[in-house]
Design a protein around this ligand. Sequence first.
Ligand SMILES: Nc1ncnc2c1ncn2[C@@H]1O[C@H](COP(=O)(O)OP(=O)(O)OP(=O)(O)O)[C@@H](O)[C@H]1O
Length: 263
Amino acid sequence: MEWVVNIEKIRKTFCLHTQGNVTIPVLDEVSLSLAAGESVVLEGPSGAGKSTLLKLVYGNYRMETGRVWVRHQGQVVEMGGLTPMEVVAVRNTTIGYVSQFLRVIPRVSALDVVMEPMLGRGMPSDLAGQKARTLLERLRIPGRLWDLSPTTFSGGEQQRINIARGFAVPYPVMLLDEPTASLDPANTRTVCDLMEEARKSGTAFLGIFHDQGVRQQVATRSLSMAPGSQVKDASGGPAGGQVFEKFDKHSSRRLMGHPMEAT
Ligand SMILES: Nc1ncnc2c1ncn2[C@@H]1O[C@H](COP(=O)(O)OP(=O)(O)OP(=O)(O)O)[C@@H](O)[C@H]1O
Protein backbone atom coordinates (compact mmCIF):
# COMPACT_ATOMS: atom_id res chain seq x y z
CA MET A 1 0.00 0.00 0.00
CA GLU A 2 1.19 3.55 -0.72
CA TRP A 3 2.88 5.23 2.23
CA VAL A 4 1.83 8.59 3.68
CA VAL A 5 4.96 8.85 5.84
CA ASN A 6 8.24 7.22 4.93
CA ILE A 7 10.99 7.39 7.53
CA GLU A 8 14.28 6.52 5.92
CA LYS A 9 17.34 5.59 8.00
CA ILE A 10 17.17 8.38 10.51
CA ARG A 11 19.85 8.80 13.09
CA LYS A 12 19.54 11.09 16.09
CA THR A 13 22.06 11.84 18.80
CA PHE A 14 21.44 14.54 21.38
CA CYS A 15 24.44 16.61 22.44
CA LEU A 16 24.12 18.32 25.82
CA HIS A 17 26.18 21.44 25.21
CA THR A 18 25.63 22.82 28.70
CA GLN A 19 26.63 19.54 30.36
CA GLY A 20 30.13 18.92 29.08
CA ASN A 21 28.96 18.09 25.53
CA VAL A 22 27.74 14.67 26.66
CA THR A 23 26.20 12.84 23.69
CA ILE A 24 23.16 10.57 23.88
CA PRO A 25 22.72 8.38 20.80
CA VAL A 26 19.00 7.65 20.52
CA LEU A 27 18.03 6.52 17.02
CA ASP A 28 20.33 4.56 14.77
CA GLU A 29 19.18 4.40 11.15
CA VAL A 30 15.53 3.85 11.96
CA SER A 31 13.28 3.22 8.99
CA LEU A 32 9.53 2.81 8.91
CA SER A 33 6.71 3.52 6.52
CA LEU A 34 3.14 4.26 7.42
CA ALA A 35 0.16 3.77 5.12
CA ALA A 36 -3.32 5.32 5.18
CA GLY A 37 -5.65 3.57 7.62
CA GLU A 38 -2.81 1.95 9.58
CA SER A 39 -2.35 2.32 13.31
CA VAL A 40 1.26 1.66 14.17
CA VAL A 41 2.09 1.48 17.85
CA LEU A 42 5.64 2.02 19.07
CA GLU A 43 6.69 -0.17 21.96
CA GLY A 44 9.93 -0.39 23.90
CA PRO A 45 11.41 0.53 27.25
CA SER A 46 11.56 4.03 28.63
CA GLY A 47 14.32 5.94 26.88
CA ALA A 48 14.18 3.84 23.71
CA GLY A 49 13.50 6.96 21.66
CA LYS A 50 9.78 6.60 20.93
CA SER A 51 8.88 10.25 21.64
CA THR A 52 12.02 11.42 19.84
CA LEU A 53 10.89 9.56 16.73
CA LEU A 54 7.46 11.25 16.82
CA LYS A 55 9.06 14.67 17.31
CA LEU A 56 11.36 14.11 14.35
CA VAL A 57 8.38 13.24 12.16
CA TYR A 58 6.60 16.38 13.38
CA GLY A 59 9.61 18.51 12.52
CA ASN A 60 10.45 19.46 16.12
CA TYR A 61 13.98 18.06 15.90
CA ARG A 62 16.50 17.83 13.11
CA MET A 63 17.99 14.44 12.34
CA GLU A 64 21.70 13.93 11.79
CA THR A 65 21.18 11.67 8.81
CA GLY A 66 18.17 10.21 7.06
CA ARG A 67 14.92 11.60 5.73
CA VAL A 68 11.26 11.86 6.74
CA TRP A 69 9.13 11.94 3.59
CA VAL A 70 5.50 13.01 3.92
CA ARG A 71 2.70 13.17 1.35
CA HIS A 72 1.36 16.66 1.81
CA GLN A 73 -1.43 18.00 -0.39
CA GLY A 74 -0.50 15.92 -3.41
CA GLN A 75 3.24 16.47 -3.08
CA VAL A 76 6.01 14.55 -1.38
CA VAL A 77 7.93 16.78 1.06
CA GLU A 78 10.93 16.03 3.25
CA MET A 79 10.42 17.38 6.78
CA GLY A 80 14.12 18.09 7.38
CA GLY A 81 14.32 20.31 4.30
CA LEU A 82 11.29 22.50 4.96
CA THR A 83 11.31 26.11 6.12
CA PRO A 84 9.57 26.80 9.46
CA MET A 85 6.53 28.20 7.60
CA GLU A 86 6.33 25.08 5.45
CA VAL A 87 6.49 22.91 8.57
CA VAL A 88 3.55 24.90 9.98
CA ALA A 89 1.60 24.32 6.76
CA VAL A 90 2.22 20.55 6.98
CA ARG A 91 1.06 20.61 10.62
CA ASN A 92 -2.08 22.57 9.78
CA THR A 93 -3.35 20.17 7.16
CA THR A 94 -1.42 16.90 7.08
CA ILE A 95 0.08 15.90 10.44
CA GLY A 96 -1.80 16.22 13.71
CA TYR A 97 -0.03 15.71 17.03
CA VAL A 98 -1.58 14.98 20.40
CA SER A 99 0.64 14.66 23.44
CA GLN A 100 -0.43 14.12 27.03
CA PHE A 101 0.15 17.79 27.79
CA LEU A 102 -2.07 20.71 26.78
CA ARG A 103 -0.30 23.97 26.08
CA VAL A 104 -2.74 26.17 27.93
CA ILE A 105 -3.25 29.71 26.71
CA PRO A 106 -4.53 31.89 29.57
CA ARG A 107 -8.00 33.40 29.11
CA VAL A 108 -8.90 31.28 26.06
CA SER A 109 -11.88 29.07 26.87
CA ALA A 110 -11.88 25.29 26.47
CA LEU A 111 -14.54 25.62 23.76
CA ASP A 112 -12.39 28.09 21.80
CA VAL A 113 -9.32 25.87 22.15
CA VAL A 114 -11.26 23.01 20.51
CA MET A 115 -12.90 25.21 17.85
CA GLU A 116 -9.68 26.89 16.74
CA PRO A 117 -8.41 24.20 14.27
CA MET A 118 -11.88 24.09 12.63
CA LEU A 119 -12.08 27.88 12.29
CA GLY A 120 -8.52 27.77 10.90
CA ARG A 121 -9.79 25.57 8.08
CA GLY A 122 -12.63 27.95 7.32
CA MET A 123 -15.50 26.14 9.04
CA PRO A 124 -18.36 28.52 10.00
CA SER A 125 -18.28 29.24 13.73
CA ASP A 126 -21.76 27.79 14.46
CA LEU A 127 -20.75 24.45 12.93
CA ALA A 128 -17.35 24.53 14.64
CA GLY A 129 -19.07 25.27 17.98
CA GLN A 130 -21.50 22.40 17.47
CA LYS A 131 -18.73 19.92 16.67
CA ALA A 132 -16.61 21.16 19.58
CA ARG A 133 -19.53 20.67 22.00
CA THR A 134 -20.14 17.15 20.67
CA LEU A 135 -16.49 16.25 21.23
CA LEU A 136 -16.45 17.77 24.72
CA GLU A 137 -19.59 15.82 25.58
CA ARG A 138 -18.15 12.58 24.21
CA LEU A 139 -15.07 13.15 26.34
CA ARG A 140 -17.22 13.87 29.40
CA ILE A 141 -16.08 17.44 30.03
CA PRO A 142 -18.86 18.98 32.18
CA GLY A 143 -20.69 21.85 30.42
CA ARG A 144 -19.88 24.22 33.29
CA LEU A 145 -16.20 24.06 32.26
CA TRP A 146 -16.63 24.76 28.53
CA ASP A 147 -16.42 28.55 28.83
CA LEU A 148 -13.51 28.51 31.27
CA SER A 149 -9.83 28.57 30.43
CA PRO A 150 -8.33 25.08 30.95
CA THR A 151 -5.52 26.69 33.00
CA THR A 152 -7.07 25.40 36.24
CA PHE A 153 -8.38 22.08 34.87
CA SER A 154 -7.16 18.76 36.24
CA GLY A 155 -4.48 16.83 34.33
CA GLY A 156 -7.09 14.47 32.88
CA GLU A 157 -9.43 17.31 31.91
CA GLN A 158 -6.61 19.16 30.16
CA GLN A 159 -5.67 15.98 28.37
CA ARG A 160 -9.24 15.53 27.14
CA ILE A 161 -9.33 19.13 25.85
CA ASN A 162 -6.14 18.32 23.96
CA ILE A 163 -7.72 15.18 22.49
CA ALA A 164 -10.90 17.04 21.49
CA ARG A 165 -8.76 19.67 19.75
CA GLY A 166 -6.60 17.01 18.07
CA PHE A 167 -9.64 15.17 16.68
CA ALA A 168 -11.60 18.31 15.74
CA VAL A 169 -10.36 18.25 12.14
CA PRO A 170 -9.28 15.30 10.02
CA TYR A 171 -5.57 14.74 9.33
CA PRO A 172 -4.06 12.17 6.98
CA VAL A 173 -1.46 11.44 9.70
CA MET A 174 -1.77 11.63 13.47
CA LEU A 175 1.04 11.29 15.97
CA LEU A 176 -0.13 10.36 19.46
CA ASP A 177 2.25 10.52 22.42
CA GLU A 178 0.55 8.97 25.45
CA PRO A 179 -2.82 10.64 24.83
CA THR A 180 -4.54 8.40 27.39
CA ALA A 181 -1.91 8.69 30.13
CA SER A 182 -4.20 10.24 32.79
CA LEU A 183 -7.59 9.06 31.57
CA ASP A 184 -10.13 6.82 33.29
CA PRO A 185 -11.30 3.66 31.48
CA ALA A 186 -14.45 5.27 30.03
CA ASN A 187 -12.56 8.18 28.47
CA THR A 188 -9.78 5.85 27.33
CA ARG A 189 -12.44 3.87 25.45
CA THR A 190 -13.70 7.10 23.87
CA VAL A 191 -10.19 7.88 22.62
CA CYS A 192 -9.94 4.37 21.14
CA ASP A 193 -13.32 4.95 19.43
CA LEU A 194 -12.21 8.32 18.03
CA MET A 195 -9.06 6.68 16.69
CA GLU A 196 -11.00 3.85 15.08
CA GLU A 197 -13.43 6.26 13.41
CA ALA A 198 -10.56 8.35 12.02
CA ARG A 199 -8.60 5.28 10.96
CA LYS A 200 -11.58 3.97 9.02
CA SER A 201 -11.69 7.32 7.21
CA GLY A 202 -8.06 6.81 6.21
CA THR A 203 -6.03 8.51 8.94
CA ALA A 204 -2.67 6.84 9.58
CA PHE A 205 -1.65 6.75 13.25
CA LEU A 206 1.79 6.48 14.80
CA GLY A 207 1.33 6.28 18.54
CA ILE A 208 2.79 5.54 21.95
CA PHE A 209 0.60 4.04 24.68
CA HIS A 210 2.00 2.63 27.89
CA ASP A 211 -1.23 0.77 28.64
CA GLN A 212 -0.93 -2.66 27.07
CA GLY A 213 -4.71 -3.06 26.76
CA VAL A 214 -4.92 0.17 24.73
CA ARG A 215 -1.99 -0.90 22.56
CA GLN A 216 -3.68 -4.18 21.76
CA GLN A 217 -6.95 -2.48 21.01
CA VAL A 218 -5.69 0.24 18.69
CA ALA A 219 -2.70 -1.32 16.92
CA THR A 220 -2.92 -2.74 13.45
CA ARG A 221 0.87 -3.15 13.69
CA SER A 222 3.30 -2.91 16.59
CA LEU A 223 6.96 -2.01 16.37
CA SER A 224 9.32 -2.59 19.23
CA MET A 225 12.16 -0.13 19.64
CA ALA A 226 15.27 -1.34 21.40
CA PRO A 227 17.76 1.26 22.63
CA GLY A 228 21.31 0.56 21.51
CA SER A 229 20.26 -2.62 19.76
CA GLN A 230 22.50 -4.27 17.22
CA VAL A 231 21.52 -3.72 13.62
CA LYS A 232 20.16 -7.01 12.38
CA ASP A 233 17.52 -8.23 10.04
CA ALA A 234 15.42 -11.35 10.42
CA SER A 235 18.29 -13.57 9.25
CA GLY A 236 20.67 -12.02 11.76
CA GLY A 237 22.67 -10.10 9.17
CA PRO A 238 23.08 -6.37 8.79
CA ALA A 239 19.92 -4.62 7.71
CA GLY A 240 20.82 -0.95 7.90
CA GLY A 241 18.22 -0.23 10.53
CA GLN A 242 17.38 -0.62 14.18
CA VAL A 243 15.80 -3.96 15.04
CA PHE A 244 12.07 -3.90 15.32
CA GLU A 245 9.78 -6.73 16.18
CA LYS A 246 6.57 -6.56 14.26
CA PHE A 247 3.21 -7.88 15.26
CA ASP A 248 0.53 -7.96 12.66
CA LYS A 249 -2.82 -7.90 14.48
CA HIS A 250 -4.70 -9.31 11.54
CA SER A 251 -2.51 -12.30 10.88
CA SER A 252 -1.71 -12.80 14.60
CA ARG A 253 1.84 -13.68 13.63
CA ARG A 254 4.96 -12.31 15.22
CA LEU A 255 7.55 -11.16 12.75
CA MET A 256 11.09 -10.00 13.19
CA GLY A 257 12.64 -7.85 10.56
CA HIS A 258 13.62 -4.56 9.17
CA PRO A 259 10.84 -2.03 9.56
CA MET A 260 10.96 -1.01 5.90
CA GLU A 261 9.70 -4.43 4.88
CA ALA A 262 6.10 -4.58 3.82
CA THR A 263 3.84 -6.44 6.20
N1 LIG B 1 15.58 17.35 24.03
C1 LIG B 1 16.42 16.44 24.48
N2 LIG B 1 17.68 16.74 24.80
C2 LIG B 1 18.54 15.80 25.25
N3 LIG B 1 18.24 14.50 25.40
C3 LIG B 1 16.99 14.13 25.10
C4 LIG B 1 16.02 15.06 24.62
N4 LIG B 1 14.87 14.38 24.37
C5 LIG B 1 15.11 13.11 24.69
N5 LIG B 1 16.38 12.96 25.12
C6 LIG B 1 17.01 11.69 25.54
O1 LIG B 1 16.76 10.74 24.50
C7 LIG B 1 16.44 9.46 25.05
C8 LIG B 1 15.13 9.00 24.45
O2 LIG B 1 14.08 9.82 24.98
P1 LIG B 1 12.57 9.62 24.51
O3 LIG B 1 11.75 10.60 25.27
O4 LIG B 1 12.50 9.64 23.04
O5 LIG B 1 12.30 8.14 25.02
P2 LIG B 1 10.93 7.33 25.12
O6 LIG B 1 11.17 5.99 24.51
O7 LIG B 1 9.82 8.13 24.55
O8 LIG B 1 10.80 7.20 26.69
P3 LIG B 1 9.48 7.19 27.67
O9 LIG B 1 8.77 5.90 27.39
O10 LIG B 1 10.10 7.23 29.03
O11 LIG B 1 8.68 8.42 27.36
C9 LIG B 1 16.45 9.63 26.56
O12 LIG B 1 17.64 9.09 27.04
C10 LIG B 1 16.39 11.13 26.79
O13 LIG B 1 17.12 11.49 27.92
